[in-house]
Design a protein around this ligand. Structure first.
Ligand code: CA
Length: 232
């Protein structure tokens, strides 16, 4: 699928030129002629990269960048004026990935775009690998591949049901799960036994983790269910 690039640039000639060149390279392109519109599009859509001019009417590029970073880690390349050293420094501090000074050669910009997209891709791959490896909460880690649970470096031996319950809690760390949800995820839809089986197994887990290591990772949310959370 074509990567999507948002061009936030008020100078129509430059915006149009970028659109044509980027489309020619096989990217999908959308344009915004001011900062506010750019931010709206970022909030509404998914982009693989943003080209962001600094001098924009209304909301300037740095302000767009600041707000954008609260929403997403989409790579941003700033388009800066020749002598605006401060803008470059501030922009990079604020989380821009790169900048290019106007006027620029399109080949250079294309090279930087490719580099940014590649970096982002490998970042995504790292996260995915990590997610496949360990789940953790505080000093507790669970490795599903090895079917192993450690607290610090001490092995915690769990039955397969306890393991599966802990895994479900960790996969939803900081999210409160109701008894019904846990029952469905760990015991399956067609479980016909008592719903208090969840409470029983939570007690088993607490005995093997919270009590043993003197922490309170597994929390009861009265009237709702359970959540695993770093101790605060
Ligand atoms: Ca401008």
């Amino acid at each position: 699928m074509a990567e999507r690039i948002l061009v936030v640039e008020d100078e129509e000639k430059i915006a149009r030129f970028l659109e044509l060149e980027l489309k020619y390279e096989g990217y999908e392109v959308e344009k915004a002629a001011d900062g506010r519109r750019g931010l709206e599009l970022i909030e509404a859509g998914e982009y693989d990269l943003v080209l962001l001019d600094i001098l924009l009417p209304g909301l300037n590029g740095l302000e767009v960048l600041r707000r954008l970073r609260k929403l997403t880690d989409t790579p941003v390349i700033m388009l800066t004026a020749k002598d605006a050293v401060m803008d470059k420094v501030t922009g990079l501090d604020m989380g821009a990935d790169d900048y290019i000074t106007k006027p620029f050669a399109i080949e250079e910009l294309l090279a930087r775009i490719r580099l940014c997209l590649r970096k982002q891709e490998s970042k995504g791959a790292d996260v995915a690998r990590k997610e496949g490896k360990d789940l953790s909460c505080g000093a507790l880690t669970l490795n599903a591949d090895r079917h192993e649970v450690l607290y610090d470096d001490t092995e915690v031996s769990l039955t397969s049901r306890e393991f599966s319950l802990l895994q479900t809690l960790l996969e939803n760390k900081n999210i409160v799960l109701g008894r019904d949800t846990l029952l469905e995820k760990v015991w399956g839809f067609d479980y016909m036994g008592e719903t208090n089986v969840v409470d029983v197994y939570i007690r088993y887990l607490r005995a093997k983790i919270d009590d043993r290591f003197d922490v309170k990772l597994i929390k009861t949310i009265r009237g709702v269910g359970y959540v695993i959370r770093d101790e605060v």
